[in-house]
Write a protein that binds this ligand. Structure first.
Ligand SMILES: [Fe+2]
Ligand SMILES: [Fe+2]
Length: 341
């Protein structure tokens, strides 16, 4: 665990973990420029949930089928869990071991964004669910009342291992913690985004809110953890093949449980067949494997399938043309707030 203030430090170049930083953040001299780039990208596309217009969704909700309402609520129940948990994971479990001050700034900013996402769900609860069906609280308790959501949430939480039981945290645990975050950001969230975007023709405001959230999760947080995972390996000289194998297993586990939950939550919703759900999640997992430089686990997914197309259409509407995986930023944008779907 790093010292917060350490005037004896003579460190010039900061390691990602196991370093001995003074505690002073100097953005003029980042040890790894990629973290400054990611941080600046996060700042540049600052948005606030109050900017998203949800007013049409109240009436639209009354025209959803019973199955679609269930899908909508179960999805937000999951997203609420995801953002609540990751905010604390970053601040309470992760950041205290990260010894590059600019990477610390990325985690601080990420925590702010995850809180912003949690606040977004309050707008969905208060402005849509409360007004449409008089119940804004139900989605917050679904993780307790729905056995399948509880199982999913418990398994997501279990991926983090023993961060909060007082056991000493070692480099390998941090590497896998980065993958647990990556599984949440890059496997679990996309399944939820797809669910809300699939109702996007009807629930335009909700789809727009999810679009803003997706830009943070997929555009910034995902590459942050790909970089952290790789740099933890470099700086701690871990046995990469050993951890890569565990990382792959964790991501495949995450994919399979999201398939199960998508099948369950989308029951009776048009367009969500079992093969289509499996194809979509395999495509998502393949994308993560590609970003991590892993050999693909699933055979090539059909990118012309309806669900992949929905996801691509909505995420491309917000293409920030940012390639943080390669450390280059072409343009920044927050163009989507008034976008008409
Ligand atoms: Fe989030
Ligand atoms: Fe995130």
């Amino acid at each position: 665990m790093k010292k917060i203030f350490n005037p004896e430090s003579t460190e010039v170049t900061h390691k990602i973990i196991g370093g001995d930083p003074s505690g002073i953040a100097n953005f003029s001299k980042p040890s790894r420029v990629i973290y400054k780039t990611i941080y600046e990208g996060m700042l540049d596309r600052t948005w606030f949930p109050s900017q998203v217009d949800l007013s049409d969704d109240i009436k639209a909700m009354l025209h959803l089928t019973e199955e679609e309402v269930r899908f909508y609520e179960l999805t937000f129940g999951k997203l609420i869990f995801n953002d609540s948990v990751i905010t604390n994971r970053i601040m309470d479990n992760f950041n205290q071991y990260i010894t590059d001050p600019i990477a610390n700034a990325c985690l601080a900013r990420q925590a702010f964004e995850e809180s912003l996402h949690s606040q977004s769900y309050a707008f969905i609860g208060d402005d849509v669910l409360q007004k449409a069906n008089g119940d804004s609280e139900k989605v917050y308790n679904l993780f307790k009342t729905d056995d399948m959501l509880l199982e999913l949430a418990s398994n997501i939480n279990a991926d983090y291992g023993s961060f909060d039981d007082g056991t000493e945290v070692e480099a390998g645990h941090l590497a896998l913690g980065a993958i647990a975050n990556l599984a949440l950001e890059g496997v679990s969230f996309p399944a939820g985004f797809l669910a809300i975007w699939s109702l996007g023709d009807k629930m335009k405001g909700s789809a727009s809110m999810i679009t803003e959230i997706s830009k943070d999760e997929l555009g910034s947080h995902l590459p942050l953890y790909v970089n952290l995972y790789n740099h933890i390996h470099t700086d701690a000289e871990l046995d990469k093949p050993k951890y890569d194998k565990m990382a792959k297993e964790m991501l495949i586990r995450a994919t399979e449980r999201e398939i199960k939950f998508l099948k369950y939550s989308s029951e009776g919703v048009l367009g969500f067949s079992d093969p289509s759900i499996e194809n979509f999640m395999h495509w998502v997992c393949n994308e993560r494997f590609r970003e991590l430089g892993f050999e693909l686990h699933y055979s090539k997914a059909d990118t012309t399938d309806g669900l992949v197309k929905i996801f691509k259409n909505y995420s491309q509407l917000n293409d920030t043309k940012t390639n943080f995986f390669e450390g280059t930023v072409k343009t920044y944008s927050k163009q989507n707030l008034d976008m008409d779907f």
